[in-house]
Design a protein. Sequence first.
Length: 179
Amino acid sequence: LLLGMAMALIAVIVTTRRSSAVFVMIAAAIVAAMLITVVVVPTDVPLPIALPLALLGASVAVVGGNPLTREVLRLATKGTVRDGEHGGILLRSAREDDAAAVREVLLGGTTIGYLERVATTLTILVGFPEGLAVVVALKGIGRFSELASAEARERFIIGTLASLVWASAVAATVRLAIW
């Protein structure tokens, strides 16, 4: 498990340096294989290994969610929605006479995504999965006013789900291995 998490972290770090769907898929395959392994084969990880495993797992969950979410969003929107320079997305004006107007919505989405994955990972690792409801509720309430356009709603839902699924899968792998 330690080796698997280390390999997944390396794949994720490579992906953050240069965008590559291949490395994202490698990291996802490693995490999926480890999750299946800890579900099928009961593990009893000793404490000296549990702490590094939890730290590696948390790193993979938090850092790996960004490239994975970006890749899922790219596939879902077929590359039609562009990223803004402030972590949001660029949308064209809906009015026909104002085709050149572009505005950025969902500002700080990247930072919010990292915080969302930290909260998700911690709630699962400490055994409080109900905390996921709090994370989703806070994010939905905070972004409600920005979800007027279909592109923003779609990106918000897909990005949130991809991010939560990734962080939950990695954190569940660690949780099942340790406890």
